[in-house]
Design a protein around this ligand. Structure first.
Ligand code: KDG
Ligand code: MG
Length: 402
């Protein structure tokens, strides 16, 4: 079965998404997510200019060979743009393979290892009282795990804290918005937030917190230690992870588990973190880490070292990515948690899907393939709008790291 068409679809139903649709000579189609928040057009161009011409005429059944061809054949390996483009092709080929086999993709990955995919929701608000209300709402809806983020007294517009109505969206203007950050205020405030949450909800609710790469290793060590009484499931992205050995310092000082990886593109980004057991969860995703084929390779390495998965699932990852992630989540032995931020209604309309949420769990589609598609006519009604993630500066104006 040969690939005869490959369409790169850029649209903005609620936010920007890049989607690849492959079509075979037998009329079977497959979809893959290629969205890279704030850099969407770079991936769209990489796909259209450099990848699509190589796909036409290729055997759609050769998933691994196509992955190796796009990764090694380009000479320039890795990086978010390249790996998101490869991910889109890989995801679409798994979709096609499932449809051809008449099986949901998780069956091709070895079948179920669990009954449902445990997800975590985001409880965030300006004040601690409002945060508690949001956590209560998740508990009422059956969630077993909640990520808690709170506003910081003295700081406005804290990244990751959703205060307004509607779906959370950190990318805003074409030119990044700028916010002010104070590590001192943050480290002072956060332990008290978790003390209140634990007091109110008891010891069994899984609690998570995202640091968004804002600390140095020794600051992260202090935060982890100060959160130990509240038994977090994980402290996420405590430091920028380019320096993998930096995690040794954090590990030396705290037993708070560490999750990392939403910006990782390949197994090489976490090879040391995993093999030295410096982290507990790897949060790489299908779309940014080379698709189902490569993400499974990352999780297989992690399994050897008692590291579990915790895949990124924010709203800038399209329903195509979430659908694919669920097939992996349900099948791998070392699944940990899946992030779940429901998409805007208009996003769900453009990407019809059959995964479903029930009582704290997501369930992958039972349809052949991934069980998700893109309505191209509807997508065309929402043209791309430039939007970028914000940057932050310390109080003296120094650009702060993410
Ligand atoms: O595009 C960046 C967002 O997806 C990211 O900031 C959200 O940190 C995030 C998370 O854990 O969902
Ligand atoms: Mg995060």
């Amino acid at each position: 079965m040969r690939i005869v068409d490959a369409r790169v679809i850029v649209s903005c139903p609620g936010r920007n998404f890049v989607t690849l649709k492959l079509v075979t000579d037998e009329g079977v189609t497959g979809v893959g997510d290629a969205t890279l928040n704030g850099r969407e057009l770079a991936v769209a161009s990489y796909l259209s200019e450099h990848v699509v011409p190589l796909l036409i005429g290729r055997d759609a059944a050769r998933i691994e060979d196509t992955w190796q061809y796009l990764y090694k054949g380009a000479y320039w390996r890795r990086g978010p743009v390249t790996m998101s483009a490869i991910a889109a092709v890989d995801t679409a080929l798994w979709d096609i393979k499932g449809k051809v086999a008449g099986l949901p993709v998780y069956q091709l990955l070895g079948g179920r290892s669990r009954e449902g995919v445990t997800v975590y929701g985001h409880a965030s608000a300006d004040t601690v009282d409002s945060v508690l209300e949001r956590v209560a709402d998740f508990v009422r809806r059956g969630y077993k795990a909640v990520r808690v983020q709170s506003g910081i007294p003295g700081l406005s517009d804290v990244y990751g804290v959703h205060t307004g109505p509607g779906v959370y969206e950190p990318a805003s203007a074409a030119v990044p918005a700028e916010t002010v950050w104070s590590t001192e205020r943050y480290l002072d405030h956060v332990p008290g937030v978790f003390a209140r949450v634990r007091q109110e909800f008891g010891p069994h609710l899984k609690l998570l917190h995202d640091v968004h790469h804002r600390l140095t290793p020794i600051e992260a060590a202090r935060l982890g230690r100060s959160l130990e009484p509240y038994a977090l499931t994980w402290m996420e992205d405590p430091v920028p992870a380019e320096l993998q050995e930096g995690f040794r310092l954090i590990r030396r000082h705290t037993t708070t588990p560490i999750a990392v990886g939403e910006v990782f593109n390949s197994v090489w980004d976490c090879q040391q973190l995993v093999s030295e057991q410096l982290v507990d969860y790897v949060r790489a995703t299908v779309v940014h880490a080379g698709g189902i084929t490569h993400l499974r390779r990352i999780f297989d390495l992690a399994a050897l070292y008692h590291v579990r998965s915790g895949s990124h699932g924010a709203t800038d990852l399209s329903p195509v990515c979430l659908a694919a992630a669920l097939h992996l989540d349900i099948s791998i032995p070392n699944f940990g948690l899946q992030e779940y931020m429901p998409h805007a209604d208009v996003t769900d309309e453009v990407f019809p899907h059959t995964y479903r949420f029930e009582g704290g769990y997501l369930h992958p589609s039972e349809e052949p393939g991934l069980g998700v598609d893109i309505d191209e006519e509807l997508a065309a009604r929402y043209p791309y709008k430039p939007a970028a993630l914000p940057v932050s500066r310390l109080e003296d104006g120094t650009l702060h790291s993410w």
